[in-house]
Design a protein around this ligand. Structure first.
Ligand SMILES: NC(=O)c1ccc[n+]([C@@H]2O[C@H](COP(=O)([O-])OP(=O)(O)OC[C@H]3O[C@@H](n4cnc5c(N)ncnc54)[C@H](O)[C@@H]3O)[C@@H](O)[C@H]2O)c1
Ligand SMILES: C[C@@H](O)[C@H](N)C(=O)O
Length: 373
Protein backbone atom coordinates (compact mmCIF):
# COMPACT_ATOMS: atom_id res chain seq x y z
CA UNK A 1 0.00 0.00 0.00
CA UNK A 2 2.87 2.36 0.91
CA UNK A 3 4.50 1.62 -2.44
CA UNK A 4 1.29 2.48 -4.31
CA UNK A 5 0.96 5.74 -2.36
CA UNK A 6 4.58 6.72 -3.10
CA UNK A 7 4.12 5.88 -6.74
CA UNK A 8 1.00 7.97 -7.09
CA UNK A 9 2.69 10.89 -5.24
CA UNK A 10 5.65 10.74 -7.62
CA UNK A 11 3.36 10.59 -10.63
CA UNK A 12 1.26 13.54 -9.53
CA UNK A 13 4.45 15.59 -8.83
CA UNK A 14 5.62 14.73 -12.32
CA UNK A 15 2.36 15.78 -13.95
CA UNK A 16 2.23 19.07 -12.08
CA UNK A 17 5.84 20.08 -12.65
CA UNK A 18 6.48 23.04 -14.99
CA UNK A 19 7.61 22.39 -18.53
CA UNK A 20 11.34 23.06 -18.35
CA UNK A 21 11.86 19.64 -19.90
CA UNK A 22 14.64 18.64 -17.54
CA UNK A 23 12.96 17.33 -14.47
CA UNK A 24 12.61 13.65 -15.38
CA UNK A 25 15.28 11.01 -15.51
CA UNK A 26 13.94 8.31 -17.79
CA UNK A 27 13.82 8.02 -21.54
CA UNK A 28 11.93 5.48 -23.61
CA UNK A 29 14.29 3.03 -25.31
CA UNK A 30 13.44 0.10 -27.53
CA UNK A 31 15.09 -3.23 -27.97
CA UNK A 32 14.98 -3.96 -31.67
CA UNK A 33 11.86 -5.97 -32.43
CA UNK A 34 10.60 -5.78 -28.84
CA UNK A 35 8.15 -3.36 -27.28
CA UNK A 36 9.47 -0.20 -25.57
CA UNK A 37 10.99 -0.42 -22.11
CA UNK A 38 12.28 2.18 -19.67
CA UNK A 39 15.89 2.72 -18.63
CA UNK A 40 17.59 5.46 -16.68
CA UNK A 41 18.95 8.36 -18.70
CA UNK A 42 22.48 8.01 -17.34
CA UNK A 43 22.90 4.68 -19.14
CA UNK A 44 26.25 4.53 -20.95
CA UNK A 45 24.80 4.57 -24.50
CA UNK A 46 23.73 8.14 -23.97
CA UNK A 47 26.27 9.94 -26.11
CA UNK A 48 27.21 13.54 -25.36
CA UNK A 49 25.43 16.03 -27.60
CA UNK A 50 27.14 18.94 -29.39
CA UNK A 51 28.27 21.97 -27.44
CA UNK A 52 26.64 25.31 -28.17
CA UNK A 53 29.66 26.51 -30.19
CA UNK A 54 29.62 23.52 -32.57
CA UNK A 55 27.33 23.23 -35.54
CA UNK A 56 24.50 20.76 -35.16
CA UNK A 57 24.63 17.55 -37.20
CA UNK A 58 21.30 17.48 -39.00
CA UNK A 59 19.11 14.73 -40.46
CA UNK A 60 16.04 15.59 -42.56
CA UNK A 61 13.53 12.76 -43.10
CA UNK A 62 11.19 12.80 -46.11
CA UNK A 63 13.60 15.29 -47.59
CA UNK A 64 12.71 14.84 -51.27
CA UNK A 65 9.22 16.32 -50.92
CA UNK A 66 8.12 19.89 -51.54
CA UNK A 67 9.97 21.35 -48.57
CA UNK A 68 13.00 19.20 -47.73
CA UNK A 69 15.45 20.19 -50.46
CA UNK A 70 14.91 23.90 -49.76
CA UNK A 71 15.38 23.28 -46.05
CA UNK A 72 18.64 21.41 -46.70
CA UNK A 73 19.90 24.31 -48.81
CA UNK A 74 19.16 26.82 -46.04
CA UNK A 75 20.67 24.66 -43.29
CA UNK A 76 23.77 23.86 -45.33
CA UNK A 77 24.42 27.58 -45.80
CA UNK A 78 24.23 28.00 -42.05
CA UNK A 79 25.91 24.83 -40.75
CA UNK A 80 28.06 23.59 -43.64
CA UNK A 81 27.24 21.22 -46.46
CA UNK A 82 28.40 18.02 -44.79
CA UNK A 83 26.55 18.69 -41.54
CA UNK A 84 23.14 18.33 -43.17
CA UNK A 85 21.97 14.92 -44.42
CA UNK A 86 18.88 14.60 -46.59
CA UNK A 87 17.04 11.29 -46.46
CA UNK A 88 14.02 9.71 -48.14
CA UNK A 89 12.77 6.42 -49.57
CA UNK A 90 12.81 7.83 -53.10
CA UNK A 91 15.74 8.04 -55.50
CA UNK A 92 17.26 11.52 -55.48
CA UNK A 93 17.58 13.46 -58.75
CA UNK A 94 21.15 14.29 -59.85
CA UNK A 95 21.11 17.90 -58.64
CA UNK A 96 20.14 16.76 -55.12
CA UNK A 97 22.48 13.78 -55.05
CA UNK A 98 25.55 15.80 -56.05
CA UNK A 99 24.78 18.79 -53.80
CA UNK A 100 25.34 17.25 -50.39
CA UNK A 101 24.94 14.08 -48.33
CA UNK A 102 21.91 11.94 -49.16
CA UNK A 103 20.99 8.67 -47.48
CA UNK A 104 18.17 6.12 -47.82
CA UNK A 105 15.97 6.11 -44.77
CA UNK A 106 12.53 4.56 -44.27
CA UNK A 107 11.10 5.98 -41.07
CA UNK A 108 9.19 2.75 -40.53
CA UNK A 109 12.52 0.94 -40.14
CA UNK A 110 13.49 1.75 -36.56
CA UNK A 111 16.85 -0.03 -36.63
CA UNK A 112 17.94 1.69 -39.85
CA UNK A 113 16.96 5.08 -38.42
CA UNK A 114 18.90 4.44 -35.26
CA UNK A 115 22.00 3.40 -37.23
CA UNK A 116 21.85 6.62 -39.24
CA UNK A 117 21.55 8.77 -36.14
CA UNK A 118 24.38 6.95 -34.35
CA UNK A 119 26.79 6.60 -37.27
CA UNK A 120 26.41 10.22 -38.31
CA UNK A 121 26.35 11.64 -34.78
CA UNK A 122 23.06 13.43 -35.52
CA UNK A 123 22.04 16.14 -33.02
CA UNK A 124 19.10 17.84 -34.78
CA UNK A 125 16.33 16.02 -36.63
CA UNK A 126 13.76 17.64 -38.94
CA UNK A 127 11.00 15.10 -39.45
CA UNK A 128 9.36 15.89 -42.80
CA UNK A 129 8.13 12.43 -43.90
CA UNK A 130 4.35 12.34 -44.15
CA UNK A 131 1.37 11.63 -46.35
CA UNK A 132 -0.50 14.92 -46.86
CA UNK A 133 -4.24 15.52 -46.58
CA UNK A 134 -5.59 14.41 -49.97
CA UNK A 135 -3.28 11.42 -50.51
CA UNK A 136 -3.83 10.43 -46.89
CA UNK A 137 -7.59 10.13 -47.46
CA UNK A 138 -6.85 7.99 -50.53
CA UNK A 139 -4.71 5.56 -48.51
CA UNK A 140 -5.61 5.67 -44.83
CA UNK A 141 -3.63 2.56 -43.73
CA UNK A 142 -0.43 3.93 -45.27
CA UNK A 143 -1.04 7.41 -43.86
CA UNK A 144 -1.60 5.90 -40.43
CA UNK A 145 1.61 3.89 -40.68
CA UNK A 146 3.84 6.70 -41.96
CA UNK A 147 2.31 9.58 -39.99
CA UNK A 148 1.71 7.79 -36.69
CA UNK A 149 3.91 4.67 -36.44
CA UNK A 150 6.74 6.52 -38.18
CA UNK A 151 6.43 9.38 -35.73
CA UNK A 152 6.68 6.96 -32.80
CA UNK A 153 10.00 5.71 -34.18
CA UNK A 154 11.25 9.26 -34.56
CA UNK A 155 10.19 10.27 -31.05
CA UNK A 156 11.86 7.28 -29.41
CA UNK A 157 15.10 7.76 -31.31
CA UNK A 158 15.12 11.49 -30.63
CA UNK A 159 14.55 10.96 -26.91
CA UNK A 160 17.08 8.14 -26.70
CA UNK A 161 19.82 10.20 -28.36
CA UNK A 162 18.96 13.63 -26.89
CA UNK A 163 18.17 15.13 -30.28
CA UNK A 164 16.54 18.48 -30.85
CA UNK A 165 13.47 17.45 -32.86
CA UNK A 166 11.39 19.52 -35.27
CA UNK A 167 8.06 18.10 -36.45
CA UNK A 168 5.86 20.26 -38.68
CA UNK A 169 2.15 20.36 -38.01
CA UNK A 170 -0.43 22.09 -40.18
CA UNK A 171 -3.62 24.11 -40.49
CA UNK A 172 -5.07 20.62 -41.10
CA UNK A 173 -4.70 19.86 -37.39
CA UNK A 174 -7.92 21.83 -36.88
CA UNK A 175 -11.44 20.83 -37.85
CA UNK A 176 -14.99 22.08 -38.34
CA UNK A 177 -15.55 22.69 -34.63
CA UNK A 178 -12.41 24.83 -34.26
CA UNK A 179 -12.74 28.62 -34.46
CA UNK A 180 -11.83 29.34 -38.10
CA UNK A 181 -11.37 33.08 -38.36
CA UNK A 182 -8.94 33.43 -36.73
CA UNK A 183 -7.74 30.11 -35.31
CA UNK A 184 -5.67 30.53 -32.13
CA UNK A 185 -2.92 28.18 -30.91
CA UNK A 186 -5.05 26.66 -28.20
CA UNK A 187 -8.60 25.71 -29.11
CA UNK A 188 -10.73 22.69 -30.01
CA UNK A 189 -8.90 20.36 -32.42
CA UNK A 190 -11.16 17.73 -33.92
CA UNK A 191 -9.88 17.27 -37.50
CA UNK A 192 -11.73 14.86 -39.80
CA UNK A 193 -8.83 13.67 -41.96
CA UNK A 194 -6.30 10.98 -41.08
CA UNK A 195 -3.65 13.61 -41.85
CA UNK A 196 -5.11 16.03 -39.31
CA UNK A 197 -5.63 13.35 -36.69
CA UNK A 198 -2.01 12.19 -37.11
CA UNK A 199 -0.75 15.77 -36.77
CA UNK A 200 -2.71 16.43 -33.56
CA UNK A 201 -1.26 13.14 -32.33
CA UNK A 202 2.24 14.35 -33.25
CA UNK A 203 1.74 17.66 -31.42
CA UNK A 204 0.48 15.93 -28.29
CA UNK A 205 3.06 13.12 -28.30
CA UNK A 206 5.91 15.57 -28.88
CA UNK A 207 4.75 17.77 -26.04
CA UNK A 208 4.25 14.73 -23.83
CA UNK A 209 7.81 13.52 -24.52
CA UNK A 210 9.03 17.02 -23.77
CA UNK A 211 7.39 17.19 -20.36
CA UNK A 212 7.86 13.52 -19.50
CA UNK A 213 11.36 12.80 -20.85
CA UNK A 214 12.85 16.24 -21.47
CA UNK A 215 12.82 15.84 -25.27
CA UNK A 216 13.64 19.15 -26.98
CA UNK A 217 10.56 19.01 -29.23
CA UNK A 218 9.67 22.00 -31.41
CA UNK A 219 6.69 22.21 -33.73
CA UNK A 220 5.19 24.79 -36.10
CA UNK A 221 1.78 24.56 -37.70
CA UNK A 222 2.44 25.48 -41.32
CA UNK A 223 -0.18 27.03 -43.62
CA UNK A 224 -0.35 25.78 -47.25
CA UNK A 225 3.16 26.29 -48.63
CA UNK A 226 3.80 27.72 -52.08
CA UNK A 227 7.06 27.07 -53.91
CA UNK A 228 8.34 27.45 -57.45
CA UNK A 229 10.99 24.80 -57.86
CA UNK A 230 9.41 21.92 -55.92
CA UNK A 231 6.04 20.25 -56.44
CA UNK A 232 3.49 19.70 -53.65
CA UNK A 233 2.93 16.13 -52.52
CA UNK A 234 -0.86 15.70 -52.65
CA UNK A 235 -2.49 18.23 -50.37
CA UNK A 236 -5.62 20.37 -50.36
CA UNK A 237 -3.67 23.59 -50.93
CA UNK A 238 -1.84 22.27 -54.04
CA UNK A 239 -4.00 24.39 -56.38
CA UNK A 240 -2.12 27.49 -55.22
CA UNK A 241 1.10 26.08 -56.69
CA UNK A 242 -0.44 24.49 -59.78
CA UNK A 243 -2.00 27.73 -60.97
CA UNK A 244 1.45 29.22 -61.68
CA UNK A 245 2.64 26.25 -63.73
CA UNK A 246 -0.60 26.00 -65.73
CA UNK A 247 -0.80 29.76 -66.28
CA UNK A 248 2.72 29.78 -67.68
CA UNK A 249 2.37 26.58 -69.69
CA UNK A 250 -0.96 27.12 -71.43
CA UNK A 251 -2.68 30.22 -70.04
CA UNK A 252 -5.49 28.09 -68.57
CA UNK A 253 -6.17 26.80 -65.08
CA UNK A 254 -8.83 24.48 -63.68
CA UNK A 255 -9.25 24.98 -59.94
CA UNK A 256 -10.37 22.06 -57.76
CA UNK A 257 -11.64 24.27 -54.90
CA UNK A 258 -14.57 26.73 -54.96
CA UNK A 259 -13.59 30.29 -55.86
CA UNK A 260 -14.30 31.69 -52.37
CA UNK A 261 -12.48 29.02 -50.30
CA UNK A 262 -10.21 31.03 -48.01
CA UNK A 263 -7.13 29.32 -46.53
CA UNK A 264 -3.92 30.47 -44.81
CA UNK A 265 -0.91 30.28 -47.15
CA UNK A 266 2.82 31.05 -47.02
CA UNK A 267 5.75 31.38 -49.41
CA UNK A 268 8.36 28.65 -48.88
CA UNK A 269 11.17 31.05 -47.90
CA UNK A 270 9.10 32.32 -44.97
CA UNK A 271 8.25 28.76 -43.92
CA UNK A 272 11.89 27.65 -43.90
CA UNK A 273 13.02 30.87 -42.20
CA UNK A 274 10.50 30.24 -39.39
CA UNK A 275 11.62 26.62 -39.09
CA UNK A 276 15.25 27.55 -38.58
CA UNK A 277 14.31 30.42 -36.24
CA UNK A 278 12.26 28.27 -33.90
CA UNK A 279 15.00 25.63 -33.83
CA UNK A 280 17.61 28.26 -32.93
CA UNK A 281 15.41 30.04 -30.37
CA UNK A 282 16.65 29.76 -26.78
CA UNK A 283 14.51 27.21 -24.94
CA UNK A 284 13.66 29.85 -22.34
CA UNK A 285 11.90 31.98 -24.98
CA UNK A 286 9.47 29.21 -25.90
CA UNK A 287 6.36 29.49 -23.76
CA UNK A 288 4.86 26.65 -25.83
CA UNK A 289 6.21 23.84 -27.96
CA UNK A 290 3.68 24.06 -30.83
CA UNK A 291 3.03 27.39 -32.57
CA UNK A 292 0.83 28.63 -35.42
CA UNK A 293 2.71 30.66 -38.04
CA UNK A 294 0.95 32.85 -40.53
CA UNK A 295 1.72 35.13 -43.48
CA UNK A 296 -1.38 35.63 -45.66
CA UNK A 297 -4.79 34.19 -46.35
CA UNK A 298 -6.58 34.16 -49.70
CA UNK A 299 -9.22 32.45 -51.82
CA UNK A 300 -8.73 31.08 -55.35
CA UNK A 301 -10.50 34.11 -56.84
CA UNK A 302 -8.18 36.51 -55.00
CA UNK A 303 -5.14 34.54 -56.17
CA UNK A 304 -6.48 34.53 -59.73
CA UNK A 305 -6.87 38.33 -59.66
CA UNK A 306 -3.26 38.69 -58.53
CA UNK A 307 -1.98 36.22 -61.14
CA UNK A 308 -3.93 38.09 -63.84
CA UNK A 309 -1.85 41.18 -63.10
CA UNK A 310 1.00 39.19 -64.66
CA UNK A 311 -1.00 37.13 -67.17
CA UNK A 312 -4.20 39.09 -68.00
CA UNK A 313 -5.31 36.53 -70.58
CA UNK A 314 -5.42 33.66 -68.03
CA UNK A 315 -8.63 31.60 -68.32
CA UNK A 316 -9.89 29.98 -65.13
CA UNK A 317 -12.59 27.34 -64.67
CA UNK A 318 -13.76 25.62 -61.50
CA UNK A 319 -14.19 21.85 -61.25
CA UNK A 320 -14.58 21.18 -57.55
CA UNK A 321 -13.06 18.04 -56.05
CA UNK A 322 -15.52 16.98 -53.35
CA UNK A 323 -12.89 15.43 -51.06
CA UNK A 324 -10.56 18.43 -51.14
CA UNK A 325 -13.45 20.90 -50.81
CA UNK A 326 -14.79 19.15 -47.70
CA UNK A 327 -11.31 19.22 -46.19
CA UNK A 328 -10.77 22.90 -47.01
CA UNK A 329 -14.20 23.84 -45.60
CA UNK A 330 -13.16 22.38 -42.24
CA UNK A 331 -9.80 24.18 -42.04
CA UNK A 332 -8.90 27.62 -40.64
CA UNK A 333 -9.49 30.65 -42.84
CA UNK A 334 -7.03 32.79 -40.89
CA UNK A 335 -4.33 31.79 -38.44
CA UNK A 336 -3.57 33.70 -35.23
CA UNK A 337 0.21 33.51 -34.80
CA UNK A 338 0.62 36.21 -32.14
CA UNK A 339 2.38 33.82 -29.74
CA UNK A 340 5.14 33.04 -32.27
CA UNK A 341 5.59 36.76 -32.99
CA UNK A 342 5.83 37.55 -29.29
CA UNK A 343 7.97 34.63 -28.08
CA UNK A 344 10.66 34.25 -30.73
CA UNK A 345 10.17 37.23 -33.03
CA UNK A 346 8.46 35.52 -35.97
CA UNK A 347 7.79 37.92 -38.85
CA UNK A 348 6.87 37.03 -42.44
CA UNK A 349 8.43 38.74 -45.48
CA UNK A 350 6.04 37.75 -48.29
CA UNK A 351 2.46 38.95 -48.75
CA UNK A 352 0.23 37.89 -51.67
CA UNK A 353 1.56 40.35 -54.22
CA UNK A 354 5.22 39.65 -53.34
CA UNK A 355 4.54 35.94 -53.47
CA UNK A 356 3.02 36.11 -56.96
CA UNK A 357 5.76 38.37 -58.31
CA UNK A 358 8.45 36.09 -56.88
CA UNK A 359 6.84 32.96 -58.32
CA UNK A 360 6.78 34.50 -61.80
CA UNK A 361 10.35 35.77 -61.44
CA UNK A 362 11.56 32.28 -60.59
CA UNK A 363 9.42 30.38 -63.08
CA UNK A 364 10.50 32.74 -65.83
CA UNK A 365 8.64 35.44 -67.65
CA UNK A 366 10.31 34.44 -70.93
CA UNK A 367 8.87 30.96 -70.98
CA UNK A 368 5.48 32.43 -70.06
CA UNK A 369 5.38 34.76 -73.03
CA UNK A 370 6.71 32.05 -75.36
CA UNK A 371 4.07 29.54 -74.27
CA UNK A 372 1.11 31.88 -74.50
CA UNK A 373 2.10 33.16 -77.94
N1 LIG B 1 3.75 21.48 -48.08
C1 LIG B 1 2.83 22.04 -47.29
O1 LIG B 1 2.00 22.86 -47.73
C2 LIG B 1 2.78 21.69 -45.83
C3 LIG B 1 1.91 22.39 -44.99
C4 LIG B 1 1.83 22.02 -43.65
C5 LIG B 1 2.65 21.04 -43.15
N2 LIG B 1 3.50 20.38 -43.99
C6 LIG B 1 4.33 19.31 -43.42
O2 LIG B 1 5.68 19.48 -43.78
C7 LIG B 1 6.28 18.21 -44.00
C8 LIG B 1 6.92 18.19 -45.38
O3 LIG B 1 5.91 18.45 -46.31
P1 LIG B 1 6.13 18.27 -47.88
O4 LIG B 1 5.15 19.18 -48.53
O5 LIG B 1 7.56 18.37 -48.22
O6 LIG B 1 5.59 16.78 -48.08
P2 LIG B 1 5.72 15.86 -49.38
O7 LIG B 1 4.51 15.01 -49.45
O8 LIG B 1 6.06 16.67 -50.56
O9 LIG B 1 6.98 14.96 -49.02
C9 LIG B 1 6.94 13.96 -48.03
C10 LIG B 1 8.09 13.01 -48.24
O10 LIG B 1 7.97 11.95 -47.30
C11 LIG B 1 8.51 10.81 -47.92
N3 LIG B 1 8.06 9.57 -47.27
C12 LIG B 1 6.89 8.91 -47.42
N4 LIG B 1 6.93 7.75 -46.72
C13 LIG B 1 8.15 7.68 -46.12
C14 LIG B 1 8.78 6.73 -45.29
N5 LIG B 1 8.17 5.58 -44.94
N6 LIG B 1 10.04 6.98 -44.87
C15 LIG B 1 10.67 8.13 -45.22
N7 LIG B 1 10.12 9.07 -46.01
C16 LIG B 1 8.86 8.83 -46.47
C17 LIG B 1 8.02 10.89 -49.37
O11 LIG B 1 8.83 10.08 -50.22
C18 LIG B 1 8.12 12.38 -49.63
O12 LIG B 1 9.32 12.71 -50.30
C19 LIG B 1 5.18 17.18 -43.82
O13 LIG B 1 5.25 16.63 -42.53
C20 LIG B 1 3.91 17.96 -43.97
O14 LIG B 1 2.85 17.43 -43.22
C21 LIG B 1 3.58 20.68 -45.32
C1 LIG C 1 -1.84 22.43 -45.53
C2 LIG C 1 -0.93 21.27 -45.68
O1 LIG C 1 -0.78 20.54 -44.55
C3 LIG C 1 -0.85 20.54 -46.97
N1 LIG C 1 -0.38 21.44 -48.00
C4 LIG C 1 -2.15 19.92 -47.39
O2 LIG C 1 -2.89 20.58 -48.07
O3 LIG C 1 -2.41 18.81 -47.04
Amino acid sequence: MAIVKNLSRTLSQLLQSPGCGCQTSIVPVRCIGVSPRQVTSDASFHSVSFSETDHPRVLITGGLGQLGVGLAKLLRKRFGKNNVILSDIRKPPDDVFYNGPFIYSDILDYKNLREIVVNNRITWLFHYSALLSAVGEANVPLARAVNITGLHNILDIAAEHSLRLFVPSTIGAFGPTSPRNPTPDLCIQRPRTIYGVSKVHAELMGEYYHYRYGLDFRCLRYPGIISADSQPGGGTTDYAVQIFHDAIKNGKFQCNLKSDTRLPMMYIDDCLKATLAVMEAPAASLSMRTYNISAMSFSPEELVQEVKKHIPELQVTYNVDAVRQAIADSWPMNFDDSNARRDWGWKHDFDLSELVTTMFNILGSDSRVAQIN
